[in-house]
Design a protein around this ligand. Sequence first.
Ligand code: AMP
Length: 510
Amino acid sequence: MSFHRGPASYGNPGGRDMGFRNGNSRGGGSQPGGSLRKPRWDMERLPPFQKDFYRENEITQSRSSADVDLFLQNNEITLSGRGVPKPILTFQEIELPPDVVVVIQEQKYQAPTCIQAQGWPIALSGRDLVGIAQTGSGKTLAFILPAIIHIQNQPRLQRGDGPIALVLAPTRELAQQIQTVADTFGRPAGVRNTCVFGGAPKGPQLRDLERGVEICIATPGRLIDFLEAGKTDLRRCTYLVLDEADRMLDMGFEPQIRKIIEQIRPDRQVLMWSATWPKEVKSLAEDFLKDYIQINIGALQLSANHRILQIIDVCSESEKDSKLINLLEEIMNEKENKTIVFAETKRKVDEITRRMRRDGWPAMCIHGDKAQQERDWVLHEFRSGKSPILVATDVAARGLDVDDVKFVINYDYPNCSEDYVHRIGRTARSNKTGTAYTFFTSNNAKQAQELIDVLQEAKQVVNPKLYELADSAKGFGNSKRRWGGPPSRNGGGAFRNGGGNGYANGRAKW
Ligand code: AMP
């Protein structure tokens, strides 16, 4: 593998055609990206590019298939696809740019995480990849490191060239977190990046793009704006990452994503990451990835991080406030007390935060209506621990990587169990542990069964009241319990660790 940049053969003074024709006429209607036409790709004329940089190391080569199987089994890694390379278990087993090795040492990373161990050989071979991985699994570096190597092996950017690697992410928070990793590992290796997202001034983002960046991390809407306005293009793009694909589809970004991918040459390398594998995500993969290898890390069913203690409090809507206060009183006595409280709507988030602050709690909030500057500031205060309570909508549920969040409180149960798993995944990052408290009311009964499945998979004790609600949602009524245990005594506040902490019995301050 060579880390010297190739010749500047993309210098294209005779025009920007390069086998790419795009009648990029304006006025395509109100559809996102309506004015972007799908280019007619002339594969004969597209300059070739290199995407396979992987040579299996001797140590990897000599690893027996029994050892490989054991590693995969122990780490709950399942694979599908043709010609999957063996995992690498140490950093020494892949040839890394020296600048990146220094950063890995600085970060004190001991070994690749599972997704890196299996993902890097695949990504560095130039193969398309689908990764279904838990939050906090190290997946950002799983795609940023191969991006750096890919970029270093391409001809240098010329004036006016767009990015070589494009990372699409659902939210600005996630995009900015990816940027942090791209900064940490890419900058020392001379790989520039920018982060392009809505709700912030366009000027600085445009300046970065004009100056030239090898990696562009973007939320789909803002990128479409720039593409439509001709401020950047994806002609040089050969490495595409879709991060949190399921979340992007949930948020309705599918038309934008499809428009964007159409703008990228068909022989690109694509890495798609998702926490779940619903049919919509699968069909996106079928449409845009070729001969891909799929890695699942963790159990194949929807699963939560097993290092999280999950406590479900079946209660009524009116009990939530007092329960929240009592819970926070306990948590704030802990040495490590960073907590995220999730509520359903922006209005509720504002209300809860206002009341908490009035009563002197160090709480701040974040949701989609907040200006970018304020969101950045709130996140900074939360990260630094100055304000250890963050109240949030689902905008903060996925991808947010604050590594010392100890507690997650679901004041409202989310719309689906995937979101539940993501929310609670804000705690127990890296190899830490955490606790998630969830208020669950009869209004959430339809979701009870799926929640039970998640709890059982993670070997958590299931609150008997949840079984009742699941039964009632199935139309069995409440009268017959299918479980044998006694009903809980504290009005349903049957947290796994009992009512002994006083949490279920406290009185409301508001
Ligand atoms: P991610 O899943 O990308 O959000 O990463 C979760 C956390 O894992 C981040 O805080 C990373 O800094 C950390 N991380 C990434 N790779 C490694 C590694 N090989 N060893 C230890 N920690 C890592």
